[in-house]
Write a protein that binds this ligand. Structure first.
Ligand code: NAD
Length: 728
């Protein structure tokens, strides 16, 4: 199998074409790198070759490095193996960059141009960055950039060092630190690439450039005499400000919990002080240290490998293709409107139903508003808007649901209302149609009782706001059949979100774990723990929102409603009285959260969050002795993590990969940890047991160690280890 092939034309231009067999997207493997290396060697050595074009045989250039390979490099070779492997890549890319030129005179090299037909990500941009010119085809769908930081690493094949030297630290920052991706025009405007041409002119233009290139065109600024880094180095008055500012900004955003962000900054700062080749070596050292950090392996595992596996249907039952053609959405409120948008946007015909026509129209107008925003940001064309809106029929007429192969119900959270609409729908749709409820709290198996076809009844639980939240929780009721699960999974794939499949139990998976997190925060307020300590402890351990902010966002009255319903269902076993006292008191004060402009936080007239509400202290005076930061963090993390373990023990979760991916995408659980199970593996089951035993003695039985975890501690198992349950 060959990933790269070279052809040489009559004018002496060698074209090296990247085209990995059997894949729709090029991905770099170690074998692929070796092939590229030998073909570059051959072309540089061949006196008939005047210059080289590196391009792709596919519609895109490349999706990046195969992260499985990186994981393997680490597992097999350790730090030394990674470092040597990375330095070898540097040598190959540096050879492309120097292209046979005399290192003293900088003359005599062969021009090498990267011609990108489409998307070029990660190593797919790092190889071009080593070339002498990057030309991309005009292609608004193409994405160009270095997204490594998003999975807990950073560009380690020279991308970091080259981009900073090419653009300056300030301009490179969004690409490196935020993984910003641009289309070719944006990438050209940002200075990431050099030229954008019409797609059919790509190779001709690349060839023209190669044939016209002079010695001077091949010398990278950093290899030329008198090179100065754009924007200045750390000891330059202008550069100083950038570096100090970047450091503060990164720590402000990441709270210091992401090793990759810190290592990236260090590589950039230290690299800026030394010559280019030494900077590459520094980059390699920091890259190695990041890859050896358990956080980066946990992030790669959950945010890349397992997320992708779930999206590709790792847990899809064996059933024929269930691609959705026409979806009926019941209830055009906040959720229904969002579900209509993501469905129509994915090319699915939508019937959006509400009880009154104006409510249905308002639901459709929600899509229009999102599309208009897209137009203003030039992400959407007016034609695309018309097309998407054209797919949505907003109506009150159930007869319009005829021909739907999927129904997603998002009416009021009320058993009776839901049962009524179920019966009305089943009277019009065909026998094959699958019925899904978006309920957040009602058991699917009970809702299914209103259905004539419980095997075709399922939960498809979206998170709000639907167009932004990437997780969809699919809930299998007692009688839900495989075809319904396959349908839900195929639908989620169509709307390009990430699915997890869980079994039916109170609050399913995500909400089941979020509620104890919120409750633990509120419980601490009742105990007199400084609310700012609670909130900051959460953020300093990587939670996007503190528990008090989270309950403000989701609303205090919703919390009250859920608490009352849970108490009713659990009776005397209900454990959260201390939490309710605070919650109900807040509701009595009319502090319903963000939507009321008053909650645990205060808000200005425009709804902007100001600070924690000081009226809380009068009701719940601060205790004289405040807990350590880590004690608060352990309480907040364990409240969620133990619930995830219990969900696994109870069989609600059947796959830890879903537990981890679902936690990060569903409620932002400390992404650096790779998820609750990832975190338990990082600290180890024995340490987790020790922590929980101590928490139980201080705070009560809710921290009691689940049997599964205690057994794992005793037998030395890890969740993702060989002896664990279903793992990656
Ligand atoms: P909402 O009140 O904004 O919307 C409900 C809509 O359903 C309203 O437009 C209402 O007019 C319509 N409706 C009510 N009865 C109807 C009927 N008989 N026929 C047709 N339309 C009817 O509520 P929402 O926040 O969109 O929630 C809808 C569902 O989604 C609920 O089950 C809720 O638990 C669930 N959910 C909500 C969230 C969230 O964050 N809001 C998240 C996940 C799931």
């Amino acid at each position: 199998m060959t990933d790269f092939t070279t052809t040489i034309d009559a004018d002496g231009v060698a074209t090296i074409t990247w085209d990995v067999p059997g894949k729709s997207m090029n991905v770099m493997s170690l074998a692929g790198f070796a092939e590229l290396d030998s073909q570059i060697d051959a072309a540089l050595a061949d006196s008939a070759v005047k210059g080289i074009i590196i391009t792709s045989g596919k519609k895109d250039f490349a999706g990046g490095m195969d992260l499985n390979v990186i994981a393997k490099m680490r597992d097999e070779g350790g730090a030394e193996g990674i470092f040597n492997g990375v330095m070898h890549m540097h040598a190959i890319l540096r050879k492309i960059e120097r292209a046979g030129m005399d290192p003293k005179t900088l003359k005599g090299g062969k021009p090498i141009v990267a011609a990108l037909p489409g998307t070029a990500l990660g190593i797919g941009l790092e190889v071009p960055l080593a070339c002498h010119r990057i030309i991309a085809a005009e292609n608004p769908k193409a994405k160009i950039g270095l997204p490594e930081i998003m999975v807990g690493i950073f560009p380690g094949a020279g991308g970091t060092t080259r981009l900073v030297r090419k653009m300056g630290a300030m301009m490179a920052a969004p690409y490196l630190l935020e993984g910003k991706l641009s289309d070719p025009k944006g990438a050209k405007a940002g200075g990431l690439i050099d030229e954008v041409v019409a797609p059919d002119a790509l190779l001709a233009r690349a060839k023209e450039w190669v044939l016209a290139a002079t010695d001077a065109d091949l010398v990278k600024p950093w290899d030329a005499k008198g090179y100065k880094m754009p924007g200045g180095t750390p000891y330059h008055p202008a550069g100083f400000m950038t570096f100090v500012g970047a450091s503060a900004m990164v720590h402000g955003k990441t709270m210091g919990v992401y090793p990759a962000a810190k290592a990236l900054l260090a590589a950039v700062y230290e690299g800026a002080l030394v010559p280019f080749d030494l900077a590459l070596k520094i980059e390699a050292r920091h890259f190695t240290s990041v890859l050896m950090n358990p956080s980066s392996s946990a992030m790669i595992r959950s945010l890349f490998i397992n997320k992708e596996a779930l999206e590709k249907g790792a847990n899809r039952p064996d059933a024929p293709d269930q691609t959705v053609k026409k979806v009926g959405i019941l209830g055009a409120g906040m959720m229904g409107a969002g579900i209509a948008y993501v469905s129509a946007n994915a090319g699915i015909e939508v019937v959006l139903i509400d009880a009154a026509q104006d409510a249905a129209d308002r639901g459709k107008a929600y899509s229009e508003a999102i599309l208009d925003k897209g137009i203003a940001r030039r992400k959407v064309t007016p034609e695309k808007k018309a097309e998407v809106l054209g797919r949505i029929t907003a109506t009150t007429d159930y007869a319009a649901l005829q021909g739907c192969d999927l129904i997603v119900e998002a009416v009021f959270e009320d058993m009776k209302v839901k049962a009524e609409v179920t019966a009305k729908v089943e009277a019009v749709v065909g026998a094959e149609c699958i019925f899904a409820s978006n309920t957040s709290t009602l058991p699917i198996s009970e809702l299914a009782r209103a259905s004539q076809r419980p095997a075709q009844f399922i939960g498809i639980h979206f998170f709000s706001p639907v167009d932004k939240m990437m997780l969809v929780e699919i809930i299998r009721g007692k009688e839900t059949g495989d075809v319904a699960v396959a349908k839900a999974l195929d639908y989620v794939r169509q709307i390009r979100k990430t699915p997890i499949v869980v079994n039916d139990a109170r609050f399913f998976y995500a909400n089941r774990c979020i509620i104890p997190y919120i409750n633990e925060g509120i419980r601490m307020v009742a105990e007199g723990v400084e609310p700012a300590l609670v909130e900051n402890a959460a953020k300093l351990v990587g939670m996007p929102l503190g528990p008090l902010q989270l309950v403000d966002e989701t609303s205090i009255d919703l919390g009250v409603k859920i608490a009352k319903a849970t108490k009713l269902a659990m009776g005397d076993a209900y454990p959260d009285g201390a939490v309710d006292e605070v919650l109900f008191w807040m509701a009595d004060q009319g502090r319903m959260g963000k939507k009321a402009n008053a909650g645990f936080y205060t808000y200005d007239a425009a709804g902007k969050r100001e600070g924690l509400w000081d009226g809380l202290a009068a009701q719940y005076p601060l205790a004289d002795a405040q807990p350590d930061l880590t004690e608060v963090q352990h309480r907040l993390l364990m409240a969620q993590v133990l619930e995830a373990v219990r969900a696994l023990e109870d069989g609600v979760l059947t796959d830890i990969r879903e537990g981890d991916v679902g936690a990060i995408l569903g409620w932002g659980f400390a992404p650096w940890s790779g998820g609750p199970f990832g975190w338990l593996d990082i600290i180890g089951a024995p340490r987790a047991v020790e922590l929980c035993d101590a928490l139980t003695s201080r705070h009560g039985a809710r921290f009691a160690v689940p049997d599964l975890l205690r057994e794992m501690a005793a037998s030395g198992q890890t969740f993702y280890g060989k002896s664990a349950r279903k793992a990656a």
